[in-house]
Design a protein around this ligand. Sequence first.
Ligand code: SAM
Ligand code: SF4
Length: 334
Amino acid sequence: MNTPALIDPYGRAIRYLRVSVTDRCDLRCVYCMSEDMTFLPKADLLSLEELDRLCSAFVAEGVKKLRITGGEPLVRKNVVSLFQSLGRHLETGALEELTLTTNGNHLAASAEDLKKAGVRRINISLDTLDPARFRKITRWGDLARVMDGIRAAQAAGMKIKINTVALRGVNDDEFDQLVAWCGKEGFDLVFIETMPLGDIDGDRTAQYLPLSMVRAGLEQRWTLQPISDVTGGPARYTRCSETGGRVGFITPMTHNFCEACNRVRLTCTGTLYMCLGQDDAADLRAPLRASANDALVTAAIREAIGRKPKGHDFVIDRRHNRPAVHRHMSVTGG
Ligand code: SAM
Ligand code: SF4
C-alpha cells in the first residue's frame, strides 16, 4: 500500500494529530487551570477554515487519526462545522478516525450532529460521580449537565471512553465505583496521572497519585487482565473480568510512554508541538497564510517532524512546586 508517512528521526510514523481548537473552557478543573486564566485574544485564533486546511495537509501526509480537543472544543462557535467538513476525509478513506475529547458540558446539544459528521468514538472527561465533588474539582461545573451529554452521546450511538484524572485525596475513594459504573454502561475507562503542565492555584505534589498505586488498589477488588488493544493512543489497557469492560492507564510520569509515540499536537494559533512535554515548536500559521497552495505548509510540517524529540523529561519539581512545562494542557490539547 502506498500511504505516505511522516517519519521522525527515531523511525516513528506520525499518524495521529491532536488539535486544540480553543484554549478557552467553561470549567476550571483544579489540576488543569487556575481560576483566573488569561486566554488568547480571539483574533489570534486560526479560523475554522484554516484549521480544516491544516488538518487536511496532515491527512495528505499520512495522518490517520484526528482528535479535536482544547480547552473545551465545544465552546468554540460553530465547531461542529469543522467536524462536518473534516468528515470528507473519512468518506475517502484517507482518515480512519475523527474524534474529540470534551468535558461533556455542551454535548447534549451537539452529539447527534457530531455522530452524523463521522464521530464514532468520544472521550468524555469525568473525575467523579458525586455532584458536590464534581463542582469542587471543576470549580463550578454541574454534573447533571455532563450526564445529559453522556446520555445524548449514548443515544446517538457513539462509543464512549471516560477519562478520569487520579487525584490523591480528591477522588481516590471512588475508583471502584467508576469501574463498576463504566462496566455497567459499556464505557471504556482510562485513568490519567496528573502532569506538571502550567501554573495552577494548588499544589501538584499533593494531588499526584501514581497509577501503579491506583491499579494495585483496583486489583484488590477487580481482576484486571492485560490486553493488547491498540487504540492509537498512549493508554495501556486491561479487561476487567467482572464487568467485561476495558480499564486503561495513561502513565506519563511513572512509565515512559514515548517509545511508541505516533502523535503531534497543533494549537489553535497554528503552533505545532512535536512533544507534549517539550517546548520546541514549529509555526504553521505563517506558511499557511503565505500561500493558498499547501506546498509551504507541507514543507514546514515535514521539517518539524524531522525535529520530533525522543521523549519528555517530566518531573514534578517537589522543591519548588513549579510546572515542568509552562504551557497548560488546555493550550497544547489533552
Ligand atoms: N476540556 C476537554 C476535557 O476536559 O475533556 C478537553 C481538554 S482537557 C485539557 C483533556 C484532558 O486532559 C482531560 O481529560 C483532562 O482531565 C486532562 N488534563 C488536564 N490537565 C491535566 C494535567 N495537568 N495532567 C493530566 N491530565 C490533565
Ligand atoms: Fe476545561 Fe478540560 Fe481543563 Fe477541565 S480539563 S479545565 S474541562 S480544558
